[in-house]
Design a protein around this ligand. Structure first.
Ligand SMILES: Nc1ncnc2c1ncn2[C@@H]1O[C@H](COP(=O)(O)OP(=O)(O)OP(=O)(O)O)[C@@H](O)[C@H]1O
Length: 329
């Protein structure tokens, strides 16, 4: 059974310039103990999707569709229930969270705060004990609780963010680009730690990143997003190694990895930019940047469909024998 189930989610921002359809019909599910990656370039709607799941969007956002958290309808919850659910059942690590720790409070104080707020029966002493345990779980000595954020390295602060996300023992964690500010080695360590904890504790994790190679190595499944829709979903490693959509193929080739024979010469990069929401036009939104587009792609609105067991793609050419979806760019 899914812990998180998103069905036909649409999010449109109302702005002075008009409507911005940021998410256009997304279906996702995540099971306990599973790590789902959501990949895509900036502006594809990843953050909007993750904020919609916990109803954290601004008032100007119109939301349609259904989000079930452990079977409970998130959009139908009272505000009281919603407050109880955030942190305690689902927590989110925001993009740029590394800089959002309070500079004048010890990290122990900051981790204890949500515990004391959400669990009124917990005493200060019990909260401090849990803070120590949480720090050790993320590989920091319990005595570091008295440290201030400036006394920690970027990687250590990121571990604190993970301890914070785990503080109220949620069943779902959403992490939006949690390690982008870190160097590659520390990034890998922190993601291994986060995904390891999630699997050991039987939680569900939605990990958002523009870097498909990172997701390919730490996630169970990935969903690749383009222009507010899913372009492809499938087992993470398979999508990275053998993409079933030209956009995933381009993303997989866009980030060099040492030792990977695909990058013997140079990463291929991806020319152009994603379309502005609302300016996707007719046909496939990726078509103007696609190296293998056919004339039919200009008029056919291809929806996500199964291409093989456990894999789905929204490309007319998916599954065509012998075709390299990266094309001859
Ligand atoms: N509050 C808002 N009002 C209007 N448009 C918005 C708002 N927030 C986001 N958008 C637009 O919605 C689209 C999707 O943005 P979103 O932040 O969800 O994408 P993203 O893939 O997470 O990118 P990034 O990694 O840069 O955050 C973008 O075109 C963005 O400009």
């Amino acid at each position: 059974m899914s812990l998180l189930k998103v069905t036909d989610l649409h999010v449109t921002y109302r702005t002075a310039e008009g409507e911005v359809p940021a998410v256009r019909g997304v279906d996702l599910s995540v099971a306990p103990g599973e790590v789902l990656g959501v990949a895509g370039e900036s502006g594809c709607g990843k953050s909007t999707l993750s904020h919609a799941v916990l109803r954290l969007l601004p008032r100007a956002a119109r939301v349609d569709g259904e989000v079930l958290l452990d079977g409970e309808d998130v959009f139908g919850m009272s505000f009281g229930r919603l407050r109880a659910v955030r942190w305690a059942e689902a927590s989110i690590v925001f993009q740029g969270a590394l800089h959002s720790l309070n500079a004048v409070r010890s990290i122990g104080w900051q981790i204890a705060e949500p515990i004391l707020l959400h669990e009124p029966s917990v005493t200060r002493r019990e909260a401090d004990r849990r803070v120590g345990e949480l720090l050790e779980q993320v590989g920091l000595p319990a005595r570091r609780a008295s440290a201030y954020p400036h006394q920690l390295s970027g990687g250590q602060r990121q571990r604190v963010m993970i301890a914070l996300a785990l503080a109220c023992r949620p069943r779902l964690i959403i992490a939006d680009e949690p390690t982008t500010a870190l160097d590659v080695m520390v990034q890998a360590q922190v993601l291994q730690l986060l995904t390891g904890l999630v699997r050991d504790l039987g939680l569900a994790l939605v990990l958002i990143s523009h870097d498909l190679s990172v997701l390919g190595s730490v996630c169970d499944r990935v969903a690749v997003m383009y222009a507010g829709r899913l372009a492809e979903t499938g087992p993470a490693r398979k999508v990275f190694d053998d993409a079933g959509h030209p956009y995933s193929a381009a993303l997989a080739g866009a980030f060099p990895r040492i030792g990977d024979p695909r990058f013997r010469f140079a990463p291929r990069g991806l020319p152009g930019d994603p379309p502005f929401p609302g300016e996707t036009g007719e046909g496939c939104a990726f078509r103007p940047r696609c190296a293998v587009a056919l004339p039919a792609c200009a008029t056919t609105d291809v929806r996500l469909a199964e291409t093989s067991q456990g894999r789905m793609s929204a490309c007319l050419r998916a599954g065509e024998a012998g075709l390299d979806l990266r094309g001859d760019r």
